[in-house]
Design a protein around this ligand. Structure first.
Ligand SMILES: NC(=O)c1ccc[n+]([C@@H]2O[C@H](COP(=O)([O-])OP(=O)(O)OC[C@H]3O[C@@H](n4cnc5c(N)ncnc54)[C@H](OP(=O)(O)O)[C@@H]3O)[C@@H](O)[C@H]2O)c1
Length: 265
């Protein structure tokens, strides 16, 4: 039995945590999408599914799937289940991305670590695109958005386990555009150029401000000047999805007002 009986358009988000992943899923759910929430941690996904479904007042607004983006078979079986449950995917957002928080030189980075992070930052997007493209092409329409970072266009010291995968992700987005835009596929790469108010990075920045005394408390009062807000980013994904076909963006970069334009330096 279909879990999407009204055949609402389907968004699949790979990499759903409490930051961008949840915000973008929530936003599309408010726009009448049914959303497949994909990550590795079931307890967290169940909570996010419940939050979204309650907030939008539709018990079937989102449904979670546990999968590891590093594994092609895991994504293949997940997308087969999504198609059975919800129908073909109209929009794919690949948001999974991971890095070691404390920088390490390449001499300190093991081959296993490099491979594991690169599988999350790049390979998963390749596997996922191959899962959704056949149905999108059959329909002559589909949107694929990859979440990038400052490291997508800047190789910084200490980020060897992150940046190479993100560079590759950017390239993959351009390749999908070149190969399939003429057949109705809009692929876009969104460079999130600075810290996001999310669990890890946002938490570190907030704790630093708390230690800074008065100057820090001013920043805490107006954190959206410094930290990108997931709910604001969600509107950017929606903007990319809803662009008229005569004006498709391939790449967009965004940063908070007082960010130092990392990727542009
Ligand atoms: N946060 C920032 O400051 C910031 C800045 C610039 C760019 N970005 C980019 O934004 C994206 C993440 O957004 P966010 O930071 O707001 O995080 P988020 O949406 O809160 O969470 C992302 C989720 O991705 C999931 N994930 C990681 N590895 C995975 C894997 N192998 N398979 C499936 N899911 C996986 C993790 O959940 P599980 O552990 O449960 O799998 C994590 O909770 C990344 O692409 C990152 O590079 C973030």
């Amino acid at each position: 039995m279909s879990l999407n009986p009204q055949q609402k358009p389907v968004l699949a988000v790979i990499g759903v945590g409490p930051g961008i992943g949840e915000a973008v899923s929530h936003y599309f759910a408010t726009k009448n999408f049914t959303v497949a929430l994909i990550a590795r941690t079931e307890e967290k996904l169940a909570k996010i599914q419940n939050t979204i479904n309650t907030a939008v007042g539709r018990p079937d607004a989102s449904k979670y799937y546990v999968a590891d983006a590093r594994s092609e078979t895991s994504l293949q079986s997940t997308f087969a289940a999504i198609k059975d449950d919800l129908g073909p995917v109209n929009v794919l957002i690949y948001n999974a991305g991971s890095r070691r928080f404390t920088p390490r030189t390449i001499l300190e980075t093991s081959a296993e670590e490099f491979e594991s992070f690169t599988k999350i930052n790049l390979f998963g997007a390749f596997y996922a695109a191959k899962c959704v493209l056949p149905d999108m092409l059959a329909k002559g329409a589909g949107t694929i958005i990859f979440t990038g970072a400052t490291g997508s266009i800047r190789g910084s010291a200490g980020l060897s386990s992150f940046s190479p995968g993100k560079f590759g992700l950017r390239s993959l987005s351009q390749i999908i555009t070149r190969e399939f835009q003429s057949r109705g596929i809009h692929a876009a790469h969104l460079i999130v150029d600075g810290p996001v108010e999310s669990d890890l990075v946002g938490g570190v920045v907030r704790r630093r401000w708390e230690r800074e005394g008065e100057a820090g408390s001013e920043k805490l009062k107006e954190k959206d000047l410094y930290l990108m807000q997931p709910s604001d980013l969600a509107e950017i994904y929606w903007y990319l999805y809803t662009q008229p076909r005569s004006t498709w963006t391939q790449e967009l970069d965004v940063r908070a007002q007082r960010e130092q334009m990392f990727s542009k330096m």
